[in-house]
Design a binder for this molecule. Structure first.
Ligand code: ADP
Ligand code: MG
Length: 363
């Protein structure tokens, strides 16, 4: 079956599309493309993530975004028979005593445009079953990247950083752990926007970070954040490492150049990843497969490599472009949903049981 996965992550940079052919035992990538958010839409999404929209504006955005997804989904040359739409997370607060998560983007426009079933709202069933509603790409990582006899980590560097550890050094099935380690690009992106007055969305090719030096004092202070030592299952978003964190950090860095600031945030991401690996993952590690936009930042990749000894490669080298992984995961999840099979791995999300993930809209 040809399934189109659509993902826009916490970076609010663009929407990633992956058309995949999905079978019982294998999955192949047919097409991958991205669509940058137009300026106004991006500004509204940032405003929503900052809690700065009125309820009418928020409803309007839900529809505008749905139409945007639909118009770019129609660009595919292959024929999609099913769509998995993640939507744009504007609020994710799973650890609260009254947990909530919300993904924006009305699916009706996709159904109307493509005239095929669309699965969306993937996270709520897991949340209702006591889970974090995240991470959900885990089942795809396992499906495609697990290797018998090895411990492989699939590490996604989006706005937030998350790892899937697939330890198949013994047993009939891999032992799976998956959780968010903290920030990936989010703070670096904030710095890029801050120093360029919004003209730059990120530190292109890690050039700023490469030209600066990190502050050891600040790193030591920030790495004491309780999130890093917290036992998995755990997930986070802008709530912990978004604007409030950035505002405080940028004050603490008063007087530092944009190069030193970028270098410090880049090293912070790398060290917080390494700290999570040491505290929460089995010691033997055969390889790390990097995915997500951060894998295109050589300074970030170098910093991660210098803090971890396992060999590092990118998913591109295995035939999956770094921006295809997340949308492909939601293509697989949609396929599981229409076949009435669970999409969450309860041990990794913390849910009480395996549940059907996603809600289906039919033409
Ligand atoms: N050439 C590049 N150089 C540096 N950083 C990059 C590059 N390309 C992408 N990125 C980073 O990747 C981010 C987008 O990654 P993505 O995987 O789409 O994250 P998300 O899932 O949060 O949307 C950008 O915001 C940017 O920080
Ligand atoms: Mg993105």
């Amino acid at each position: 079956m040809n399934v189109l996965g659509i993902m826009s992550g916490t970076s609010i940079d663009s929407v990633d599309f992956a058309l995949c052919s999905v079978a019982e035992k294998r999955m192949e990538l047919r097409e991958v493309w991205s669509a940058d958010f137009p300026k106004a839409l991006r500004a509204n999404l940032h405003a929503a993530a900052r809690n700065d929209l009125k309820s009418w504006e928020f409803c309007q955005l839900h529809h505008d975004l749905g139409r945007f997804y639909a118009s770019h989904a129609a660009r595919s040359k292959g024929h999609a028979q099913l769509v998995g739409l993640h939507g744009q997370t504007v609020f994710h607060n799973p650890s609260h005593k009254n947990p909530a998560t919300f993904q924006l983007g009305e699916p009706a426009y996709l159904v109307e445009k493509l005239r095929v079933p669309v699965v969306n709202n993937f996270r709520v069933a897991d949340l209702a079953a006591g889970g974090q509603g995240a991470p959900l790409a885990t089942i795809f990582h396992q499906f495609v990247f697990a290797e018998r006899g090895k411990h492989v980590c699939v590490h996604n560097l989006g706005g937030i950083s998350n790892v899937t550890s697939l330890d198949w050094t013994r047993g009939a099935k891999p032992g799976v752990l998956a959780f968010d380690t903290g920030p990936a690009n989010m703070l670096i992106d904030f710095a890029a926007r801050h120093f360029s007055n919004g003209k730059r969305q990120f530190d292109f090719n890690g050039k700023w970070a490469a030209g600066g030096n990190f502050s050891e004092d600040l790193l030591r202070r920030w790495l004491r954040h309780p999130y890093f030592l917290k036992q998995p299952p755990k997930s986070t978003g802008r709530e912990l490492f978004g604007e409030p964190f950035f505002k405080k950090a940028i004050q603490q860095m008063h007087g530092l150049s944009r190069f030193d600031v970028a270098a410090t945030f880049t090293e912070f991401t790398a060290r917080s990843i390494a700290l999570n690996y040491r505290k929460h993952l089995p010691a033997r590690l055969d390889k790390i497969i990097l995915t997500g936009g951060g894998a295109l930042n050589p300074s970030l990749v170098r910093a991660i490599q210098s803090n971890l000894s396992a060999p590092i490669l990118t998913s591109d080298e295995l035939g999956w472009p770094v921006q295809s992984i997340e949308p492909a995961a939601f293509a697989l999840l949609a396929h599981l949903r229409v076949n009435e099979r669970p999409g969450n791995l309860p041990r990794t999300t913390g849910a009480n049981r395996a549940v059907l993930c996603g809600q289906i809209s039919k033409p």
